[in-house]
Design a protein around this ligand. Structure first.
Ligand code: AMP
Length: 496
């Protein structure tokens, strides 16, 4: 299969050659003729499959074949993308593939000055790549006219819905020519009922295509899962990055705060690290990404939203520091490596409280992801016990009276007095920074029982973010008990 055989014209073939592509990827082989036919299209493809060229090349060809007078503030093809990074990347592709075509394009997203965008839109564009929120800002200000859109592309539609853009999308679509009078292309890595409902209202008798492995993880990505206590993940990550001389690793954290904290800790471990998430300014995000690409930053710690659009050539390692709450995000995350046919490794550090999430992921990707246990990082028995109890629904904090209560109070008192014997009082467990713990010096064992109530009634991160481990115990133990129980994690985390 060659690009020539797909019906692309000479200028575009030249641009493709200049990108160094010899062979179309499977999604390109299917999408290019489908889009050229002018029909609507619903395509199952995750990032890394080459989907951007799959819709951009034929879209540019169709625009060039049917030249239309450029209307003031008009747009001929509109590509909606969920994140700024993805929008910028898609626009880069439009520029690269359209290099030998006389087409005008623009990209608009929030977090940057709107003025230059307005100026760019004034004389109209052939292609506009946009994030929904900023596009609606332009609509409100009357600086863009969408009534003449010939082609609409929804890129990473599932992600746009995850991010709450559904209403924005519907508002945008109302401003376009009706279904049937425009061509609509919808790309999504997953097909939930919500996506199908969106598609049903927006697409007219679409062709449907699916890249091999949609909802599945790419074969070329080696996936490893390591069972480890939550409190030791950072230590293990530093160790693996150092021992294996990882030069470029993208690490996923579930929360923005967690991403910041981890980047700081890794930097103090001597690993150059930066965080990228939605609370950072666009400038900071662009800088962090540029430093990471240039090799100045070895570890980029990202949240899901920030990472969705990142396209980093030959990214060799992705680490899930926390498993995502939504299994589909695992597919997106690890799709950051092994891109466009290259090899990659995706590593997940899984603590006992995340086993439910791991099961969801196994179910989604159809793989057995039984965790390994690394010598010196074996999960603690306490974590196993607490996780089992949480799973059996026995983990609700019980009122503590009588002897058990007295013991617990005594342990707490001892901990306050600083003798390092107490087991996990709420505060220590909550912040995971108990000194004794990390250094294996203390005597006590973070036992499961106190683990259930160890956070002293405060919400854990996973509770706040909708996780399922209401009674999780973080399994933070110290000294000997941490090292016991080889093979434990297979019992804790292995598929049932
Ligand atoms: P995408 O899934 O569109 O984000 O593309 C992922 C990566 O694959 C990008 O870095 C593209 O430059 C690259 N790519 C796209 N098509 C091809 C191709 N036919 N051959 C090799 N690399 C490609």
């Amino acid at each position: 299969m060659s690009f020539e055989s797909l019906g692309l014209e000479a200028d575009l073939l030249r641009a493709v050659r200049e990108q160094g592509y010899d062979t179309p990827t499977p999604i390109q082989a299917q999408a290019i003729p489908a889009v050229l036919s002018g029909r609507d299209l619903m395509a199952g493809a995750q990032t890394g499959t080459g989907k951007t060229a799959g819709f951009t090349l034929p879209m540019l060809q169709r625009l060039a074949e049917n030249p239309a007078p450029r209307r003031r503030r008009g747009v001929r093809a509109l590509v909606l993308a969920p994140t700024r990074e993805l929008a910028a990347q898609v626009h880069d592709s439009v520029l690269a593939y359209g290099k030998h075509k006389n087409l005008r394009s623009a990209v608009v997203f929030g977090g940057v000055n709107i003025r230059p965008q307005m100026n760019r839109l004034r004389d109209g564009v052939d292609v506009l790549v946009a994030c929904p929120g900023r596009l609606l800002d332009h609509v409100q200000q009357g600086t863009v006219d969408l009534s003449g859109v010939e082609i609409l592309v929804l890129d990473e539609a599932d992600r746009m819905l995850d991010m709450g853009f559904i209403h924005d999308i519907r508002r945008v679509v109302k401003l376009l020519p009706p279904t049937g009078e425009r061509q609509t292309l919808l790309f999504s890595a997953t097909f939930s009922n919500e996506i199908k409902a969106l598609a049903a209202g927006m697409l007219h008798r679409p062709d449907t295509i699916e890249a091999p492995g949609t909802n599945r993880t790419a074969d070329r990505i080696a996936q490893r899962v390591i069972a480890v206590d939550k409190s030791r993940k950072r230590e293990l990550l530093s160790h693996l990055a150092g021992a294996n001389r990882w030069e470029q690793v993208l690490v996923f954290s579930r929360t923005k705060h967690g991403a910041n904290r981890l980047a700081k800790q890794l930097s103090s471990d001597g690993l150059e690290a930066a965080a990228i998430h939605g609370n950072k300014s666009q400038g900071a995000r662009t800088r962090a990404l540029a430093d990471f690409k240039a090799g100045k930053v070895r570890v980029l710690v990202a949240t899901d939203i920030a990472a969705r659009g990142l396209d980093i050539e030959q990214l060799p390692h992705v680490v899930n520091f926390d498993l995502p709450n939504v299994a589909e995000d695992y597919v997106h995350r690890i799709g950051r490596t092994g891109r466009a046919g290259r090899e990659g490794e995706a590593l997940s550090l899984v603590s006992a409280d995340e086993r439910g999430l791991l099961k969801d992921i196994e179910r989604l990707v159809g793989l057995d992801l039984t965790p390994e246990v690394l010598e010196g990082y074996e999960p603690s028995k306490a974590a196993e016990k607490a996780a089992r109890q949480a799973e059996n629904g026995q983990g609700k904090p019980k009122p503590r009276g009588g002897r058990a209560g007295r013991h617990a109070r005594r342990r707490k008192q001892a901990a306050r007095q600083g003798n390092g014997i107490g087991t996990g009082n709420g505060r220590d467990r909550g912040n995971g920074a108990g000194k004794n713990r990390g250094q294996g010096r203390g005597k006590g064992s973070g036992n499961g029982k106190s683990g259930q109530q160890a956070n002293g009634g405060r919400q854990t991160e996973s509770q706040r973010s909708g996780g399922q481990s209401g009674n999780r115990a973080d399994g933070r133990t110290r000294g000997k008990s941490r090292r016991g129980g080889s093979g434990l994690a297979n019992r804790i985390l292995g598929p049932e």
